[in-house]
Design a protein around this ligand. Structure first.
Ligand SMILES: [Ca+2]
Ligand SMILES: [Ca+2]
Length: 225
């Protein structure tokens, strides 16, 4: 709701500034709700998003669509505004809970809706601050500037972050440390495997030695006999 007294055009612009448009009343239920929220004995008339500016008696909403629900006061629309005799009545206001066509130059509060406008059917919040650069040189300068702003200083990254980001680590210490750690890990694993089987290896060798000793002993005994 725009409470400031504005003419029809300015009221619509203000609604657009708020992200909407001058509101259309879709049905009787909505009209009743509005009349309850803004009782006529407390408020002046209110602009709504209905007009016949383009074609007389062809009342449309702010998207230039035909208006299905209408709530005219008896005798309206008459293309007249008692306060502006010389002007046409091409813009619609709620007055005492019903509609009157009135001069668009008149000033009233306005009822806005959040419906998007024809000029901005895409997400308005994103398009609102867009900057269009048509000059190629200016565009390239802007891209270079953004690159510098977004560039990451690789030298400040830790080695783990470098690996995650696939950034090359040019530091000699990184490759030396990495190589040393790899060798230590491999040596440790191999050592553990050997240690775990060492007892079996010793027993196996000891059995072979004993067998050979026994054979030699038996051969010697046979020779003596
Ligand atoms: Ca009219
Ligand atoms: Ca009228």
């Amino acid at each position: 709701m725009i409470t400031e007294l504005l003419n029809f055009t300015d009221a619509h612009k203000r609604c657009q500034d708020e992200g909407g448009i001058l509101a259309e009343i879709p049905d009787m239920e909505a009209q009743r709700a509005i009349n309850e929220k803004f009782p006529f004995y407390c408020n002046p008339d209110i602009w709504i998003g209905v007009n016949d500016i383009e074609e007389e008696k062809n009342f449309v909403n702010m998207l230039n669509e035909a208006v299905s629900y209408k709530n005219w006061y008896s005798g309206e629309p008459n293309n007249k505004d008692p306060k502006f005799i010389d002007d046409d009545g091409d813009c619609v206001r709620i007055s005492s809970g019903v509609w009157r066509d009135a001069s668009c130059s008149n000033t009233f509060p306005a009822l806005c809706s959040q419906r998007q406008t024809i000029e901005c059917k895409c997400p308005c919040s994103r398009m609102k601050n867009r900057v269009i650069i048509k000059n190629e040189e200016e565009l390239l300068t802007k891209i270079d500037k953004m690159k510098k702003e977004l560039a990451v200083k690789i030298s400040l990254l830790s080695s783990s972050i470098r690996k995650k980001t696939c950034a090359v680590d040019p530091r000699p210490s990184a490759s030396i440390v990495g190589g040393t750690i790899s060798v230590v890990i491999i040596a440790t694993v191999v050592g553990l495997i050997i240690l775990s089987d060492l007892t079996r290896v010793i027993n196996f060798c000891w059995k072979i030695i004993l067998k050979r000793c026994n054979r030699k002993t038996r051969a010697a005994q046979k020779g003596m006999v």
